[in-house]
Design a protein around this ligand. Structure first.
Ligand SMILES: *Cc1c(COP(=O)(O)O)cnc(C)c1O
Length: 408
């Protein structure tokens, strides 16, 4: 296990207080900022003289004081030099990839990724001359074999969505380094729990819509990386975030700043409950997949990648075999037991669950779903932490028994 402590790192970064001694930061909602000395305008505009160089903020699509606080906190938590906050997870992913790849370039990606990212790589980026080869994330050699002279980026999620297959980030980062490529990792499923930059990733992207925010009430993303890459992303002439413009609103940044301090607590409780529910499901003979179970094919790799003390996350899957049975289980869990809600997304305080093949992975063709090991009856659950755990386990037991998923 790793000894990096993201919670500690976050607490040690300089704390921002509000005007008038407020314990929370102030929200700077200005889109533009006054330049006191007109002669400094060219240097400020050119990015040479920022607030830290005796200049000032200029315009909020570029940098904004409140959004910068969040970026600084995220960078501390990830152990990267800096971060850029964006309007969504997809804009973080697309801007990072577009910054690293030009027309003619090539990406090697895990085939077990979020449906929107799969569509970006498979359908949209080829229209811009950027192609992708998809490989099994558990097979580092497959990444190596797929590399061509045109390859610029290796892309993966740590815990693949929705099959929870784990990519060996250490091995992939060694490969990326040896080949002169950038390793981009989507860590949306595992903030705090896994620190990809500490394992060698060059760029860590997040959908903050999920666990980081944790309240399912906003859409946001982040790119955590080097100062040099942040400067490229914000470059006045070619910066993908600067010019494509998926800027984060300062009010949004404030909301997320207020939820970061309890992210670690939340992750621990999601993990504790997921493990308890999954152990019970396994006892009942249900086809449950969870990285924290000894039966999980890559349990040792998972243990070797996670930071100590956060558990194995809040995501698990139950394979119901067929779509119809998956629907029956969802119906029991939501409408009879009130265990959780049938909804896409994850990382909420209540349980969210969906049949992946028919929802968040439906952009992926049935053939490709089969190849990545996604059964049509797979139900993905993002376990919540409301209600008593004992009652939740009883509800789950009744539901899987009613649908006939137990072998006991
Ligand atoms: C939701 C999600 C995204 C996309 O994020 P948005 O905030 O919806 O744009 C990307 N990757 C993963 C793993 C996700 O779960």
């Amino acid at each position: 296990m790793n000894h990096f402590n993201p919670e500690q790192a976050l607490s040690e970064t300089r704390r921002e207080f509000g005007e008038h001694g407020g314990v929370t930061p102030s929200i700077s909602r200005s889109s533009t900022f006054t330049v006191i000395d007109p002669e400094t305008m060219p240097e400020i505009f050119g990015g040479i003289r920022g607030p830290q160089q005796g200049g000032c903020f200029l315009y909020s699509r570029h940098f904004n004081p409140t959004v910068d606080i969040l970026a600084r906190y995220l960078a501390a938590m990830e152990g990267t030099e800096f971060a850029v906050c964006t309007a969504s997870g997809m804009s973080a992913i697309s801007c990072a990839l577009l910054q690293l790849c030009r027309n003619g370039d090539h990406i090697v990606s895990s085939d077990t990724i979020y449906g929107g990212t799969h569509a970006l790589l498979e359908d949209l980026l080829p229209q811009l001359g950027i192609t992708t080869t998809f490989v099994d994330p558990t097979d580092t050699d497959a990444f190596k074999k797929a590399i061509t002279p045109k390859t610029r980026v290796l892309y993966t999620e740590v815990l693949g969505n929705p099959t929870l297959k784990i990519a060996d980030i250490r091995a992939l980062s060694k490969l990326a380094r040896a080949e002169g490529l950038s390793l981009v990792v989507d860590n949306t499923f595992a903030p705090m729990m896994i620190s990809p930059a500490h394992l060698g990733a060059d760029v860590v992207v997040y959908s903050m819509t999920k666990y980081i925010n944790g309240a399912s009430d906003l859409v946001a993303g982040a790119i955590c990386t080097t100062k040099a890459m942040v400067h490229q992303l914000m470059d006045l002439h070619t910066g993908r975030v600067m010019l494509l413009g998926p800027t984060m609103d300062p009010r949004m940044a404030y909301d997320i700043i207020q939820r970061l301090p309890h992210l670690a607590l939340r992750m621990r409780e999601h993990s504790r409950r997921a493990l308890a529910v999954c152990r019970r499901l396994e006892e009942l003979g249900v086809a449950v997949v969870y990285p924290g179970l000894d039966s999980f094919a890559q349990h040792d790799l998972a243990t070797g990648l996670i930071n100590r003390g956060y558990g194995y996350g809040g995501m698990f899957t139950v394979d119901c075999g067929t779509r119809d049975r998956a629907d029956d289980l969802l119906d029991e869990l939501q409408n009879k037991e009130d265990f959780g809600y049938i909804a896409v997304s994850l990382g909420y305080f209540d349980t969210l669950m969906s049949c992946s093949g028919a929802s968040t992975s439906s952009e992926i063709s049935p053939d490709d779903q089969k190849k990545m090991g996604l059964s049509p009856g797979l139900v993905r659950l993002s376990i919540g932490y409301t209600g008593s755990l004992e009652k939740r386990i009883e509800q789950m037991e009744r539901a899987v028994t009613a649908v006939g998923l137990t072998n006991k």
